[in-house]
Design a protein around this ligand. Sequence first.
Ligand code: WAQ
Ligand code: MG
Length: 247
Amino acid sequence: MTRYSLKMRASRREQEKSVHISGAEKIVEPEQVEQVAAQLIRRAMTHPKGSPNQINIKVERLEDEQIIRLQALPVTTIETATAEDGWRVVAELLRKLGIPNGEAILRFLPQTYGMRGAMLLDRSDLERLEPDHDRGVRATYMDYARQTGTSLKTRGSNTHFNEALVLATKVLSHPYLKAEICFSDDPDYVTGYVASKELGYVRITTLKELGDPNGGRIFLYDGPKDGVADCIRYLQEQPVLVERCGE
Ligand code: WAQ
Ligand code: MG
């Protein structure tokens, strides 16, 4: 069946610079395009990061044979009381994955604040591999596989979590991506995660203080340097539909 990709991106001009406010990705059936476009516009217009002065909506047709299907990563949650505890847990999880230099990796996070995409970091020599350091690499063309005809609203209501699980499932499906570290740049959302093939999607309930506008993402690359271009192409171009267990 033919599907359509919808992408939304909202930004604001501040002192001659374009500041990212919000972005989202959907893949839907033809009959849903109009309704979903309206939902994405509403989301951009009511975002806690403020009012945009530019909203882009891009709608593209995808052919079914292009799309690959993946099973969502399994999800677990670790409760943390403070951001400090949260980051200790992150470093601990990285150690479990055989990444001993977690603290050094986490020191890169401030460089990701305000980026539209993620940092792609070589986990061995800590080289940044994104062609454009200001923008980063954006994972795109991904969504849940909805059953034909089901309402778009039936899914659980935590949009941050739902969308992050789709993104992480796509990212970690690439053989050279070892782990992802993420926390939201939304001031009212303090839960983040570490995802990997081995540990699944591990939510960490507190990674910042309420009201903090910083957030970012790092994709940890674990492969040959001559595999980077294909990996970025996969993240940015391969359409993916994600199925949740039991669906
Ligand atoms: N590809 C790569 N990086 C992205 C993308 C993307 N499609 N979308 C956002 N980012 C980067 C960008 O630098 C943002 O500033 C940063 O990630 C945070 O994005 O289980 O909401 O959309 O409850 O604010 C985690 C959910 C939510 C945890 C994360 O991220 C849970 C979130 P946000
Ligand atoms: Mg955000």
